[in-house]
Write a protein that binds this ligand. Structure first.
Ligand SMILES: O=C(O)CCC(=O)C(=O)O
Ligand SMILES: [Fe+2]
Length: 176
């Protein structure tokens, strides 16, 4: 759907071939006292796209452009789609990757199922020529996403940056 909306259907096979998917089940325990606890600290997903499904316990919050946190209240059989930073880069910034977090409240554990879709190592993530013109200059240099992830975790390990605390670290890494 996203590719279609930008007239980029011809890249479907390429993006499917280089996809590296990880399915993860996450459990968030209910807070011990009657207070809010952090399930996942604020972050942008660094991959291409994340598909989330949850049991009927809400908790995912998305930050809007004014910096306010908005709850997501999902109907029982819906999925949530999160654009990752890598897709934002590939689309030359046409879609942005939302800053989000999980906050726990209430007296029920939360489970979520996440399909994290990224790209295989060695693949150069490169903005398609169709998305670059006079009005839309190239914003990002081609980069190997796995190299970026290695670089980023080494910076985290060295204590230069905190994991999850930096918005748009990928944009900083490969901005033109
Ligand atoms: O469990 C959720 O709803 C979101 C988890 C999440 O944002 C992540 O693992 O990146
Ligand atoms: Fe996330």
């Amino acid at each position: 759907m996203i590719l279609e909306s930008f007239g980029l259907e011809k890249y479907m096979d390429e993006l499917t071939d280089i996809a590296k998917n990880q399915l993860r089940i996450m459990k968030y325990e209910k807070p011990k006292a009657n207070e809010q606890t952090i399930g996942v600290p604020p972050h942008c997903d660094s991959n291409m796209m994340t598909l989330l499904y949850q049991n009927e316990v809400n908790g995912l919050e998305i930050q809007n452009k004014d910096g306010e946190w908005m709850n997501t209240k999902l109907s029982p059989n819906s999925f949530i789609v999160i654009i990752g930073e890598c897709l934002c880069v590939w689309l030359n910034g046409r879609l942005s990757s939302p800053y989000h977090r999980v906050m726990m409240m209430g007296d029920e554990d939360r489970y979520s199922l996440g399909l994290f879709s990224g790209v295989r190592g060695g693949y150069m993530v490169k903005v398609p020529a169709e998305l670059v013109d006079d009005k839309n200059p190239l914003l990002f240099k081609p980069h190997d996403h796995e190299e970026f992830l290695k670089y980023f975790s080494s910076e985290v390990a060295k204590g230069v940056v905190k994991s999850g605390a930096v918005i748009s670290r990928l944009k900083t890494y490969c901005a033109v």
